[in-house]
Write a protein that binds this ligand. Structure first.
Ligand SMILES: [Mn+2]
Length: 567
C-alpha cells in the first residue's frame, strides 16, 4: 500500500519531468540542419495521367501485332522462411505503380489498337491476416489506371495460350487476342549479363520456349523512357535527395561524438526511416580514415578518429527512386592541409564537369573534363609523373558518374548526348590506398614511378575523398539537386562547427538515454514489477527488461545491477 503510494507520486513527478524534457528537446532542434520538406503529393488523376502517358509511350515504340508481358519480381530469400523486404520490379512499377507480388502487366498492340490487361492476385483473408491488405480490383484500377483486371490464378493459362498462339478467354469474360508477330519481354542484354539473367530469369526462360514469334527485348524501350525524368519523377527524386541531404547533415553534426562508424551509419538510416524513406537505394558506405579508400566499404565496424576524414556515400529510396550522395568531411570539423589539398582537386573536378554539362554534351566529354582536373591536381602534388599516361588510375579508379533513378546505376545509354530531364551523378574521387604502390606491375617504368611518387604518397597515404552530387540536366545546363548540402571546404567547416554545437544537446540522450528514458532519476530507486511492466507515459510503453547501460541509467540500477557500471 505504502509502496504503491510512492510509486504514484513518482509517476506524477516523472510525467512532469517528461514534459519538461520533451519541451527542451523540441526547442533545441538544431537549426543548421535542413529538415526534409513534406513529401510530394499527387492526386489520383495526376498519377493515372502520368502512368497512362508512360504506357502510351511504350505502345508507340512497340511494333504492330505485338505483345509485351511484364511480370512482377519474385520475393527474394533472406534465410529460411524469411524473405527480404519485397521490392517491385522497376519497369512494372514504372508502368503501374503497383507493389503487389504476383502481378503481370500485358500490353497488346493489334494493328493500331492498344489494349492493357493486369493479372492480379485475388484478395485472400488468410494472407491478409498475416501480411496485410492486398489490392482489390478497384484499388489496382485506381492506382494504375489499367481498367481490365484478371485473376492471377489464370496467368499460367494465359501464358500457355501465348505459347499456343491462341486467343485467351478469362473466366470473368475478358479476352486477350495476343499480337502474334512479336513478343516483348524484359530480357538480359547478353548471355553474360549476370544482373539481367538474375533479374529476368523467368522471362528469359519463357521467351526461349516460344516458337512462331519474333522475340524482342523490351528494355531498350523502357530504358530510353526512364532515362528522361518527367516533372512527376523529378519531384520524387528531389524528395529522396532531400531526405539524404538531411541524413548527411545530421551525420556531420554528430560525427565528432561518434566512436564507431556504425553509429554514424545509424544516424543516417535513422533519418531515412524518420522521414519515411522506403529503404536505402544501396547499402550505406560509411568509412573513416583508411576505410574511406575502399570504394564499396559497407562493414562500418571501424573506429571514428579525430584527425581522420569520414567518407559517406548514402542514398535514401523514396517511392522507388533513389538518391546517391557522397560527402567527405573531417571528423574534428577542420581539414588538415593534406586533406584539403586532395579535397580541393576533387571539388574542382566536379565544378569543371558541371560547367560543361548541358544538352548536347556527351557524358564521356563531361567525365573527361573531370579527369583532366584530377590529372593536373595529382601531377601538382607529385602523385603522378606523366599526365598523358594512365597513371592517374592508381588513385582515381572508378568512373566519373552514372545515370540515377529507380536504380542507383540507372538504365539508359551512355552514348546519347545529354538531354533535359536526365539525372546523373557527378562523383570524381581520389583514394590514396595504403598498399597501392605494392601491386603495380614490376616493370622499369612503374618502378621509376614508385620511386618518384613515394615521398608524396607517404604524405597523403590513407586519405580517401569522393564528392558526389546529383545533377539534373536543364535546357541551359544543370541543376544541382544536392545544392542544400555543404560542399565547399569553408562551407563544410562552418556548417560542422554550428551543427555540432547545436546537436550537442542530445549528447547524453544519444549515448545513454534512448527515447524511452523519460524518467530522469538521479538515484537508484526500487520500483515494483507493476511499474516496470506496461506502464504508458504519454502513449509510450516502457518495455519490461529494457536495459540502459550508460552513465545516466534510470532503470539499470533497479533490475540489472550487473550492467549499471556500463558495458
Ligand atoms: Mn554513385
Amino acid at each position: 500500500m505504502k509502496l504503491k503510494f510512492w510509486v504514484a507520486v513518482l509517476m506524477l513527478v516523472s510525467i512532469g519531468n517528461f514534459h519538461i524534457e520533451a519541451e527542451t528537446i523540441a526547442k533545441a532542434e538544431p537549426k543548421a540542419i535542413r529538415i526534409t520538406p513534406p513529401a510530394p503529393k499527387f492526386s489520383d488523376a495526376e498519377r493515372q495521367t502520368e502512368l497512362s502517358r508512360r504506357r502510351a509511350e511504350v505502345f508507340k515504340q512497340m511494333k504492330s501485332n505485338s505483345t509485351f508481358i511484364l511480370r512482377s519480381s519474385e520475393p527474394r530469400n533472406y534465410a529460411g522462411d524469411v524473405d527480404f523486404y519485397y521490392r517491385q520490379e522497376n519497369n512494372l512499377y514504372y508502368l503501374t505503380n503497383l507493389k503487389q507480388n504476383g502481378t503481370t502487366l500485358v500490353l497488346v498492340k493489334n494493328g493500331e489498337s492498344n489494349q492493357e490487361f493486369l493479372f492480379l492476385p485475388k484478395r485472400n483473408p488468410q494472407f491478409e491476416t498475416w501480411n496485410g491488405k492486398m489490392y482489390s480490383n478497384e484499388d489496382a484500377q485506381k492506382i494504375s489506371g489499367v481498367k481490365t483486371i484478371i485473376d492471377s490464378s489464370e496467368t499460367q493459362n494465359f501464358l500457355q495460350a501465348v505459347k499456343d498462339q491462341k486467343a485467351f478467354a478469362a473466366k470473368d469474360g475478358a479476352n486477350i487476342a495476343v499480337g502474334v508477330e512479336t513478343a516483348y519481354f524484359l530480357l538480359p542484354f547478353t548471355e553474360g549479363d549476370s544482373d539481367g539473367n538474375a533479374e529476368f530469369r523467368r522471362e528469359s526462360e519463357f521467351s526461349k520456349s516460344l516458337t512462331g514469334y519474333k522475340i524482342e527485348n523490351a528494355r531498350p524501350i523502357v530504358d530510353s523512357l526512364r532515362q528522361i525524368k518527367s516533372p512527376y519523377e523529378i519531384k520524387l527524386m528531389q524528395h529522396a535527395i532531400d531526405i539524404t541531404t538531411e541524413a548527411q547533415m545530421r551525420s556531420m553534426g554528430m560525427v565528432r561524438r561518434a566512436k564507431y562508424e556504425y553509429e554514424v551509419q545509424a544516424e543516417v538510416e535513422y533519418t531515412f526511416r524518420r522521414r519515411n524513406a522506403d529503404y536505402w537505394g544501396y547499402p550505406s558506405i560509411v568509412g573513416c580514415g583508411p576505410n574511406a579508400t575502399t570504394l564499396h566499404y559497407v562493414e562500418s565496424q571501424g573506429g571514428v578518429r579525430q584527425g581522420d576524414l569520414m567518407l559517406m556515400d548514402v542514398g535514401a529510396e523514396y517511392d522507388h527512386y533513389t538518391a546517391d550522395v557522397t560527402r567527405t568531411y573531417p571528423v574534428n570539423g577542420k581539414f588538415s592541409k593534406e586533406q584539403a589539398e586532395i579535397y580541393q582537386i576533387v571539388y574542382d573536378a566536379q565544378e569543371a564537369a558541371a560547367k560543361v554539362a548541358k544538352p548536347g554534351a556527351t557524358f564521356k566529354a563531361v567525365g573527361e573534363t573531370a579527369t583532366e582536373v584530377i590529372k593536373d591536381g595529382l601531377f601538382r602534388l607529385g602523385l603522378i609523373t606523366d599526365k598523358k599516361s594512365d597513371q592517374y588510375r592508381v588513385w582515381y579508379m572508378h568512373g566519373f558518374g552514372h545515370w540515377l533513378g529507380m536504380n542507383v546505376h540507372d538504365v539508359g545509354s551512355y552514348g546519347k548526348p545529354l538531354q533535359a530531364g536526365m539525372i546523373f551523378t557527378n562523383e570524381p574521387g581520389i583514394y590514396i590506398r595504403e598498399d597501392a604502390l605494392e601491386y603495380l606491375p614490376k616493370t622499369p617504368e612503374w618502378q621509376e614511378f614508385v620511386e618518384k611518387v613515394r615521398p608524396n604518397f607517404e604524405k597523403y597515404k590513407n586519405i580517401g575523398v569522393r564528392i558526389e552530387d546529383d545533377l539534373l540536366v536543364t535546357p541551359n545546363g544543370v541543376e544541382w539537386m544536392t545544392k542544400n548540402l555543404p560542399r565547399k571546404i569553408s562551407e563544410i567547416e562552418a556548417f560542422m562547427a554550428r551543427a555540432s554545437k547545436e546537436m550537442a544537446f542530445n549528447e547524453s540522450t544519444l549515448e545513454s538515454k534512448p527515447q524511452l528514458a523519460v524518467l530522469n532519476f538521479d538515484t537508484s530507486l526500487f520500483l515494483n514489477d507493476d511499474f516496470l511492466f506496461n506502464q504508458s507515459l504519454s502513449g509510450k510503453t516502457i518495455r519490461r527488461g529494457w536495459i540502459n547501460s550508460g552513465k545516466n541509467a534510470a532503470y539499470s540500477g533497479l533490475r540489472h545491477l550487473e550492467h549499471s557500471a556500463g558495458e
